[in-house]
Design a protein around this ligand. Structure first.
Ligand code: DGT
Ligand code: CA
Ligand code: CA
Length: 581
């Protein structure tokens, strides 16, 4: 239905007209948006059945707006609207979320400071540029900053890494609190948190309790937890709250005999559940959040495993439940054997204090040994990235000596642990690398990544990366699509072409585990796996504690169906070294 799209466009047009200071017209567009939004018929059908005339017969739709609707149905565009967008290219949706910013002010921010979106706005406010504008002043600048902070905290989705540690603590508390320890029979994440999606809307927690009294007790205890900002609603078996960290949490309490069924249902995804329910119906069964039923008889429900089994399937890991082929695979016993944290033997994307990171190579190595790794690679930035203190050829060679020294120490101690000499070189706009081949060649491996001038067209970026892959000294492409969650879209690349080139040149694609990157994403990981392109999960740590981010990369790899054989840092060091070009 075009209704929603058109309503949205008319609302934005009203906004633009207000920016221009036009009177009356904005209200007309708002009115039209309201009418179209609440229309029960498809507006396209209205037009097709009676043309412009039937549109004009709708209350609130005049000649002018009817013509716009016709234009949109015929061409997919409204010229008037495109002109507005060209003239004032601001993100209305984003900017109008900010307290106190209406059309006039947004226009002033654009014409005075070229502010187009929230990122621009924050920059300008932080630099103190807004207080000097006539319509604003210091107080509005402070308000804007506060509002931006709030938006970040409370709006939209959260990174998995922002929520998982907090939610882990809540589960720990619920499990171990003395007064309810015996009442909480089972407890688990559900929803996107359990599926380890890269971003989370709200956190879902499921608890099994023996009876209603226990359930009430658990809810009573939760209410006393620190960190609750607001209660949205509560009942005998359910409570929804906003946490002070800004995210919402849903806790549901079930009977133990239905825990598996509830967990299955509330883990989702919705799309997975729909197909699973159909599979049940196909077997003459009924599946809901209370159990799997044959007539009135419950045949499974205490655990998820028995439900999948009763449906003739292998158990499906939560990370796979997106209806992307997992049910079909489970039916024929062909689910992947997903990789685990403990399969990771090393991390090859770590920045040391040689390029301005927090820790020395020795400290990083110690941390790695503590994590049970067999090797790490130090991949300092190279010279083009001056803001990151990138190393030039000479400094790289000097740093290599330091690594050699540490490695000989390990040999003497008879430790199997090794440090590999790497770098994260910069891929220039023409696809060349900012470090000489003669020096790259002396490293154990080289990563190359794009770090600047990302706004190129699809063909240009694709060719830029492919050229870098063709360099015999480049072993790994870091964060291949360049996206930053909640901040920046991926580059426009032809990923199929990248995969072909990776396969041909034997280049490894990175699954960057840094929580705001998670790049490659699940879909691209699955594609790479199907093509037989090898991947590596790296933390991109700039200090030793960030090496723990690797876990988020593992989640992502699991969501992309990756197995040990697909991920090169699950391999022993000798095999890995042989695989480098
Ligand atoms: P989120 O919170 O946006 O990150 O994503 P989820 O997947 O956690 O979604 P949420 O919190 O709305 O619901 C949790 C789970 O409950 C969801 O994954 C599947 C299940 N669920 C919720 N609503 C429906 C529904 O209408 N139909 C079905 N089949 N399942 C639902
Ligand atoms: Ca959720
Ligand atoms: Ca929820």
């Amino acid at each position: 239905m075009l209704n929603r799209e058109l309503a949205k466009i008319f609302r934005n047009m009203a906004f633009y007209l207000e920016m221009e200071g036009v009177s009356f017209k904005p209200q007309a567009y708002e009115k039209a948006a309201d009418v179209i939004e609440s229309l029960s018929q498809d507006i396209e059908n209205v037009y097709k059945s009676g043309g412009l005339k039937s549109l004009e017969e709708l209350s609130g739709i005049g000649k002018n707006i009817a013509a716009h609707i016709e234009e949109y149905i015929k061409t997919g565009k409204i010229k008037n609207y495109s002109d507005f967008k060209k003239k004032i290219p601001v993100d209305i949706d984003e900017l109008s979320q900010v307290e106190g910013l209406g059309p006039r002010k947004i226009k002033a921010l654009y014409s005075e400071l070229k502010i187009k979106n929230l990122i621009d706005l924050e920059k300008a406010a932080k630099l103190g540029k807004i207080r000097n504008l006539p319509q604003f002043g210091l107080k509005s600048e402070i308000n804007i900053l506060e509002s931006l902070e709030f938006l970040k905290k409370s709006r939209g989705r959260f990174l998995l890494a922002e929520i998982l540690p907090v939610a882990d603590k809540i589960i720990d508390n619920l499990k171990n609190l003395k007064e309810i320890r015996r009442d909480v029979l089972e407890i688990s994440f559900a929803g996107s948190l359990r599926r380890r999606k890269e971003t989370i809307g709200d956190a879902d927690i499921l608890i099994a309790a023996a009876n209603p009294a226990a359930s009430r007790k658990i809810i009573g205890s939760f209410l006393k937890f620190p960190g609750i900002a607001k209660i949205w609603g509560k009942g005998e078996t359910k409570i929804s709250a906003r946490m002070e960290d800004g995210f919402d949490i849903d806790i549901r309490i079930l009977a133990q005999e239905s825990f598996g069924a509830g967990l299955q249902y509330f883990t989702g995804s919705k799309e997975h559940n729909i197909v699973l329910r159909k599979a049940a119906i196909g077997k003459g069964l009924k599946l809901n959040e209370y159990g799997l039923f044959k007539g009135n008889k419950m045949i499974a429900g205490k655990t998820e495993k028995e439900i999948y089994q009763a449906l003739g399937m292998d158990y499906i890991e939560p990370e796979l439940r997106e209806n992307s082929g997992e049910i079909e695979a489970a039916l024929i016993g062909e689910l992947p054997k997903l990789i685990n944290n403990k399969d990771i033997l090393g991390d090859l994307h770590i920045h040391s204090n040689w390029n301005g990171g927090e820790n020395s190579i020795e400290e990083l190595a110690k941390e790695a040994m503590g994590m049970g790794y067999q090797y790490i690679g130090i991949s300092d930035h190279t010279k083009f990235l001056k803001i990151e203190n990138g190393l030039d050829e000479k400094q790289l060679e000097k740093r290599n000596k330091e690594i050699d020294r540490l490695n000989s120490g390990f040999k003497i101690q008879d430790s199997g642990f090794r440090i590999l000499r790497g770098c994260e070189a910069n891929i220039m706009p023409d696809g060349s690398i900012d470090i000489k081949d003669s020096v790259l060649k002396k490293l154990d491996y080289a990563i190359a990544g794009i770090h600047h001038q990302m706004k190129m067209n699809e063909n240009e970026v694709t060719e830029r990366i492919i050229k870098a892959m063709k360099n015999k000294n480049v072993d790994i492409i870091s964060h291949p699509t360049g996206r930053i969650l909640k901040a920046r879209e991926a580059y426009e690349i032809d990923f199929d072409k990248i995969l072909e080139a990776a396969k041909k040149t034997g280049t490894i694609l990175e699954i960057n585990a840094y929580p705001s990157r998670l790049d490659l994403n699940d879909i691209n990981i699955k594609k790479a796996k199907q093509m037989g392109v090898k991947m590596i999960i790296n933390s991109d740590a700039h200090e030793k504690s960030q090496m723990r981010f690797i876990e988020y990369g593992v989640f992502q790899a699991r969501r992309g169906w990756a197995e040990k054989k697909d991920i090169v840092n699950c391999w022993q060091i000798d095999k890995l070294k042989r695989f480098f070009k």
